[in-house]
Design a protein around this ligand. Structure first.
Ligand SMILES: [Zn+2]
Length: 412
């Protein structure tokens, strides 16, 4: 059985003086040092993540592990993918995003990009969401290698997760072309090391209602874009009410049904002008038993069959264009799935749950057919906020999890 080494040589840790004061049975200093390193890279999604990625790539190559980078079109950001062990055998993928949300406008007590240890917690942007997971994985890799990896470990570190799971899609395109894909994936988003088997999917849309301008005294000769947009919004509200009243329901979620919501509306220039344009942004967040395409089709059909005929009766140049600009698939894996049982064993627990926030797990599962579970250190309650932190206990729990994984995948 795996036991975490507790004999720490703090002197080896340059620039790590502050951790000497930590309680001695807390997390492995190697993890802490790597968390400190990763937090220091400002990888806000609007910035490049390449300095962090280069650091990780060099760290891996120092261990004799090759990695592949999958860049964005501009070449300013990259996903990193690496396999520890035999690349011809499907292994266990550990996945995390390297980007963090902005600190702009947030009132931090400390420098968000400098790790601060205090009262059994580590403070810094990305401590819980989700650089600690990546750091722990990296910190424990040397021990995986020493013991000899029999079942491969794949590392998948992405960019631009926080802006709609953008980056990982390019990595998935690459993975889908590989002869051997990972057998399963553990996404280390903060779940307090709970085993998460589901999250809702989300589709985001912008609708452009094109009307026809006229003097407002001649309103019937124009096509009022705001009014048609309002009718579309009202129709979507009716759909939302139907889900609320009739389901389907999944009681594992706080909000147990699919939701439809309009968040932004923008149109018109003056009261005495029939407005020509109106834009609305709406989304739906759906549970696994709802088909997002069916919801989209219903909204499109209403625009096309009910609203546009009235608009076209005045002018053929009018209409309603609806564009889906982000599509984040849901995660919905059976709690009885062997992958879930396996991750529960690693986490040392029997329960599972579903979460309100989206992750890359849905994409891994639905775009690449890789069974995926979310399980990682820290709490989502601390994510995206000023003074983001992770409890050191969570670091320890994640290390124990990784230790059990090591027992499973290693030869010795
Ligand atoms: Zn995250």
């Amino acid at each position: 059985m795996f036991t975490m080494p507790r004999a720490y040589d703090f002197k080896k840790l340059a620039n790590c003086d502050q951790y000497v004061n930590l309680v001695s049975d807390m997390a492995d200093p190697k993890s802490l040092e790597l968390i400190r390193k990763l937090i220091a890279f400002d990888t806000t999604s609007s910035e490049s993540n390449l300095v962090l990625i280069t650091y990780v790539q060099e760290y891996l190559s120092g261990l004799g592990v090759e990695s592949m980078l999958v860049h964005n079109v501009e070449g300013t950001k990259a996903n990193l993918y690496a396999t520890v062990g035999d690349p011809d055998t499907p292994g266990i993928m550990l996945s995390g995003h390297t980007d963090v949300v902005p600190v702009d406008g947030q009132d931090w007590d400390t420098d968000p990009f400098e790790l601060v240890a205090k009262d059994g917690r580590l403070y810094g942007r990305g401590t819980c969401d989700m650089k600690s997971f990546i750091a722990i994985v990296l910190a424990m890799l040397p021990r995986f290698l020493e013991r000899g990896v029999q079942t491969p470990i794949h590392l998948a570190f992405s960019y631009d997760e926080e802006v709609g799971c953008i980056g990982v899609r390019r990595l998935l395109d690459k993975l889908n072309g590989l002869p051997v894909k990972p057998a399963m994936c553990i996404v280390g988003e903060p779940t307090n090391m709970g085993v998460v088997v589901g999250h809702k999917g989300k589709r985001s849309y912008i609708a452009h209602v094109r009307g026809l301008e006229a003097h407002s005294s001649l309103a019937p000769k124009g096509v009022n874009a705001i009014e048609y947009a309002a009718e579309l919004v009202t129709h979507m509200k009716a759909i939302a009410r139907r889900f609320e009243a009739k389901g389907p329901f999944d009681d594992d979620y706080d909000i147990s049904h699919t939701t439809v919501h309009t968040g932004v509306i923008d149109g018109g220039t003056a009261l005495n002008i029939v407005p020509k344009d109106c834009h609305i942004r709406f989304e739906f967040r759906y549970i696994g038993s709802d088909d997002p395409q069916a919801i989209e089709d219903e909204i499109r059909a209403y625009a096309r069959d009910t609203l546009e005929p009235f608009m076209h009766a005045v002018s053929k140049d009018t209409g309603i264009g609806i564009e889906c600009y982000n599509d984040m698939p849901d995660l919905d894996i059976s709690p009885e799935d062997e992958v879930v049982t396996f991750v529960k064993a690693l986490a040392g627990r029997n329960d599972d749950s579903k979460i309100a926030f989206g992750t890359e797990a849905g994409l891994f599962q639905q775009r690449s057919g890789i069974p995926s579970v979310v399980c990682g250190p820290g709490s989502i309650n601390q994510a995206h906020k000023p003074n983001e932190f992770i409890e050191l206990k969570q670091i320890e729990e994640c290390e124990t999890f990784m230790g059990r994984l090591m027992d499973h995948v290693c030869k010795n």
